[in-house]
Design a protein around this ligand. Structure first.
Ligand SMILES: Nc1ncnc2c1ncn2[C@@H]1O[C@H](COP(=O)(O)OP(=O)(O)O)[C@@H](O)[C@H]1O
Ligand SMILES: [Mg+2]
Length: 281
């Protein structure tokens, strides 16, 4: 069953001439892991905002077409209702963390408290989340004393604790160092096995090539939607959109340039290993 459907969706921010997103058609199945890539200004954040109904309800502008999220017609639904099935984690954890609680566990409990969830259940859900993100030890700490990666994990957990069917992540690691990035992608990998639908905007193709079922390349429209293999080894296509390929694909590319291999470009360790083994024979 499709959990996300876009039909001829276009969006223009008021006061701007062109369409920021033009004629988007899309069907996403429940449980899919979708990577969203594109250069700066290509409309990725706008697309993420449209899944939560921030477009068209919060930002002024003109919308055409239709978006159906988990059976809800976005145009006809309230953001409050959409946010019961869609959770959005922002680029910067500092924007996500409410600061309403003085500790990590209070931060996690915040949304549930607002819903009036009974204490026992709230406690259990907070424990489950702390366990999932591996931060039990830090439950009494202030979130703002944690590392960037840990803060982002708390921010994502504060969204997950509301049990959304769809998790939208807008460049969740763009402000993190390599260790923080790895911590967050470890969490995302765990989540991908839980059946939740994940829509993640990130140009970190090294991780996307490992996790994504499909990738959407945006440039104010959908340029291409296909498997990671098809999109992330198309060097010219990536270059045209100011994107780079993964380190593994780069090694594979160099093997070809050195005339050592004629195989198609590798996208993951397994493929690269095979390629190197054949060269060694
Ligand atoms: N709130 C807004 N009001 C007007 N224009 C916006 C707004 N947000 C983004 N834009 C414009 O829409 C285009 C796409 O932006 P955005 O969706 O943020 O792209 P990306 O996330 O891929 O960098 C840009 O030209 C940007 O300037
Ligand atoms: Mg953006």
């Amino acid at each position: 069953m499709d959990i996300i459907t876009y039909k001829n969706f276009s969006w223009r921010y008021s006061g701007y001439k062109g369409w920021t997103l033009h004629n988007i058609n899309l069907s996403i199945k429940k449980g899919e892991f979708i990577g969203i890539i594109g250069k700066i200004g290509s409309g990725r954040t706008t697309f993420c905002s449209s899944m939560l109904g921030l477009i068209p309800h919060f930002y002024p502008g003109t919308m055409q077409g239709e978006i159906i999220i988990n059976g809800l017609n976005v145009k006809k639904s309230k953001i409050a209702d959409l946010s019961k099935c869609v959770g959005l984690a922002f680029q910067s954890p500092a924007n996500q963390l409410t600061g309403a609680g003085t500790t990590v566990e209070e931060e996690l409990a915040f949304g549930l408290q607002n819903l009036g969830v009974p204490y026992e259940e709230m406690h259990k859900r907070v424990d489950d989340m702390l366990n999932l993100i591996g931060l039990e030890k830090f439950r009494k700490r202030s979130p703002f004393e944690l590392s960037g990666g840990q803060q982002q994990k708390v921010a994502i957990a504060s969204v997950l604790i509301m049990n959304p069917n769809i998790l939208v992540l807008d460049e969740p690691t763009s402000q993190l160092d390599p260790l923080g990035t790895e911590q967050v992608f470890d969490l995302i990998k765990k989540l991908s096995k839980t059946g939740i639908t994940i829509m993640i905007s990130t140009n970190n193709v090294d991780y996307l090539s490992r996790f994504a079922d499909r990738i959407i390349l945006f440039d104010n429209k959908i340029v291409k939607i296909d498997t990671p293999k098809k999109i992330l080894t198309d060097i010219n296509l990536l270059k045209k959109h100011s994107l780079t390929h993964s380190n593994i694909t780069e090694v594979s590319l160099r093997l070809k340039k050195m005339n050592l291999s004629k195989k198609e470009l590798a996208i993951d360790f397994a493929e690269l290993k095979k390629e190197i083994e054949e060269i060694m024979k």
